[in-house]
Design a binder for this molecule. Structure first.
Ligand code: MBD
Ligand code: FE
Length: 281
């Protein structure tokens, strides 16, 4: 049987009733989207002749994996797809240039300390890793310094764990997380303990899926940013370390050309100079 079965009258009537499209109440946009989601799922079932046991296994997986949905979404490329889709829509609207956007991921935490100057992000000791020194400027489309920007920065520790999400140790709240208030010159500087790459929790739902797909669940070492400033578009981006073994093989598809600086490693220190360019709002 082929997927045209889904287009037959009984199935189309079922879809109309299930999605409430002919009811007066409810949310019309949600109805239309739900109808398409259900229909696409039916088409997948028919196209692959999904068995009942496979179907219920998938439902059990969905039920059990919800705690890791934030990892599964980047892992299956959907979060990166949103970046590509937004880029394409921007290009259509003639909005190009500036530092590329890339995925936020699931590990941002609101309310990090708001600080100024050349700041230290690492409040926990984290011995045996280099100190990362990162500096640069936030400019606008014409190279003008962006005034009064707030640079949100967050990254993992040297074991690859993020504060607020670390099952292995008690990290201080907001360790390796700050909001840095910049001045009129758009310059920023911070230092912190070098992060390591991230791996999905072993045996978790994401790990199970990656193994079943013959993939891995590793990200290269990276540093996340949001940059917001009056008059400019907020940028969500991250740098991934160009010398990391997973730099070209990120399970979350967060690495992008232009966002892969190679740290200059010198003894106990590593240096990255990286400038950001924002689009106007
Ligand atoms: C991360 O640290 C991350 O940035 C993403 C996108 C997914 C999982 C862990
Ligand atoms: Fe991350």
């Amino acid at each position: 049987m082929d997927a045209s079965f889904v287009k037959t009258a009984p199935i189309q009537q079922l879809l109309d009733r299930a999605s409430g499209v002919n009811e007066s109440g409810g949310d019309p946009r949600l109805k239309a989207i739900m109808r398409d989601v259900i229909e696409s799922t039916m088409e997948v079932i028919v196209r692959h002749d999904v068995s009942e046991s496979e179907f219920w296994l998938a439902m059990k997986y969905l039920a059990d994996s919800s705690g890791e949905i934030g990892l599964i979404v980047p892992g299956i490329g959907l979060e990166h797809f949103l970046d590509l889709y937004l880029d394409a829509k921007d290009a259509e609207a003639g909005l190009t240039g500036g530092t590329p956007r890339t995925i936020e991921g699931p590990l941002y935490v609101e309310g990090a300390p708001l600080v100024e100057g050349n700041v230290n992000l690492s409040t926990d000791p984290d011995e045996g890793t280099q100190v990362l020194h990162m500096t640069g400027t936030v400019t606008g489309p014409d190279g003008e310094p962006v005034e009064n920007a707030i640079l949100h920065v967050w990254h993992a520790n040297s074991k690859g764990w993020y504060s607020h999400f670390d099952p292995t140790s008690e990290q201080t709240p907001f360790n390796n997380r700050r909001r840095i208030k910049l001045g009129s010159d758009g310059r920023y500087a911070f230092h912190s303990k070098m992060p390591s790459g991230y791996s999905v929790p072993p045996q978790g739902a994401t790990d199970q899926l990656m193994q079943a797909l013959g993939r891995h669940g590793n990200r290269p070492a990276h540093v996340h940013f949001f940059i917001e400033a009056p008059g400019y578009r907020t940028l969500t981006t991250q740098i991934n370390f160009g010398d990391d073994p997973f730099a070209a093989d990120d399970f979350a598809f967060g690495t992008r050309e232009g966002l892969l600086p190679v740290p200059s490693r010198q003894g106990d220190s590593a240096y990255i100079a990286f400038d950001f360019q924002l689009q106007r709002a």
